[in-house]
Design a protein around this ligand. Sequence first.
Ligand code: BJ8
Length: 382
Amino acid sequence: MLKLPENFHSYSEARKEGFIRLKELKETGKKVVGLFCSYTPTEIILASGAVPVGLCGVNEESIHFAEKILPKNLCPLIKSSFGSAISDTCPYFYFSDIIVAETTCDGKKKMYEWMNEIKDTHVMQLPQGRDGYGALNSWRGEMIRLKDALSSKFNVRITEDDLHKAIKLVNRERKALVDFFEIGKLKPSPISGYEINTVVDANGFLFDTEEKINLLEKRTNQLRNDYESNYKGQASRPRILITGCPTGGVREKIIRQIEELGADIVAFENCSGPRAQKDLVDENKEPYLALAEKYLRVNCSVMSPNPGRIKDMEIMLDEYRVDGVIEVLLHACHTFAIESYRMRKFVTEEKHIPYLTLETDFSQSDTGQINTRISAFLEMLS
Ligand code: BJ8
């Protein structure tokens, strides 16, 4: 049984409520910036006076629109995101005044060339690795280029003071998120992975950062109390960590299913977890340098090499007391697929923890096969 709070809002409910809020904000003249990735420095967007909104596609229905232009053999996340944009079925894309994107994987960066034909798309040139003198300097330059692009688009002056305020605010949001994630360290966990995954994605539809922080802190406190009164000392179900590609598009098919089949998802080593939240922007440094340093540390497989992901995995496996790892690979995601072998080897040979890889897309055609594989894996764990 899924552990969900009484006032739980599903992702689609949160998304619908967000439309109304965003429409009202637009009517007051607020500017909106659409984004797709954890490398996007939301601090610069907030400092420009605009609101950032996540646009990653999570549904299958929009994919056929994308396939008129993009190849079929492409990651479903890219096709779904682009399909929603060209079919005008995503009000968040519609309300966005500008898109901020990054050169992450090949599919995404080439897709943005097409997106720019529909809507102004500012692409930040993300370095492909972190080594050497050039990467940090060039990424700092991209932070300044983004500030200039937003200043000119919205006709505003973004001062260092504006940036410092935004950095402090987003750091507070990160701390609140990390405290929320760390509820999963309790054994047994009083929160479902389904709720964690939904809350993180649905947070993108709340446009008041103070409100987000308050809601997160409130839920974290509730969960701590719930643990003390109802869970402490009880037996634990197998504890699963999810790794690999973003899981918004497979939330029902995989995340929900794992828990329905008898395990608890306690941690996400992907962009639905602490990957981009765990360390803060240094509030005492020159802001563009501090932002460049922080965002260059995001351990996504698009970086080469990417040893930090293994280090983070080791810490998470220990701290969240993980019994099994389930890796989600979206079809045609080469960077996570290539890192898969190294990750599996590390988890199984050095940490001696069982590992299951599920390669999938956003369709329902493999639901039965996925259920069978998850059931067999959980049976082995127990
Ligand atoms: S920081 S994980 S949000 S790039 S789109 S790489 S699944 S082939 S989403 Fe991502 Fe930023 Fe990294 Fe996070 Fe693969 Fe698909 Fe590319 Fe993807």
